[in-house]
Ligand binder design. Sequence first.
Ligand code: G6P
Ligand code: MG
Length: 221
Amino acid sequence: HFRAVIFDLDGVITDTARYHHRAWKRLADELNIDFDEAFAENLKGIDRRASLQMILDRGNVAVDGAEFEHLCEMKNDWYRELIGSMTRDDLLPGAFEALKAVRNAGLRIGLASVSRNAPTILERLGITDMFDTVVDAGLLKRGKPDPEIFLKAAADLGVDPEDCLGVEDAASGVAAIKAAGMAALGIGNPSVLGQADAVISGLDDFILDEYLFEAPIEQAS
Ligand code: G6P
Ligand code: MG
């Protein structure tokens, strides 16, 4: 059964997905580019530059390199304002308990977030030391849905991908987990996480024993 659990951060452990959403919407509004819920859902898990490119493409807007960097910075500044007041209370229900359960079962724990703000957020939540590895997003060549980040986490942990359970709230992230040859636990809406082996609504429904002893895990209803 599983020897490691590799978690995504935004939208799984803490509700920063809504802050990314808000900051990107603010940027899209300034550029007069239409931004709706379905589009925001597609941006989940996508790294900063690729997200901006998707927004610009949607609005048929072309910018030069300097402006592209400027827009990335603006979004990140707004996002950092939003996460600036986060505390331990911003852990999603069940997140801390899930991390503790994995740790107590003797499994290793990895973080696979393409966010360059992930280390700051872990500090604010007070959970940095619960992870055996936190993949450095700055060193990645490819973002999700490429499996690189999950494979890197597994390699850091010294665990074969097939012995890892990946936990994700984004379709791009679930695709990355499956491409890495891991089992995928989706968090959120089964209709957008169809590729996952099982889907739960949040980590408060995380029951490690079920995933440990029922391999391969089954699609939840
Ligand atoms: C996560 C989020 C994305 C975000 C990306 C980059 O994957 O789900 O919405 O775009 O990280 O985050 P960053 O904090 O580096 O801009
Ligand atoms: Mg996420």
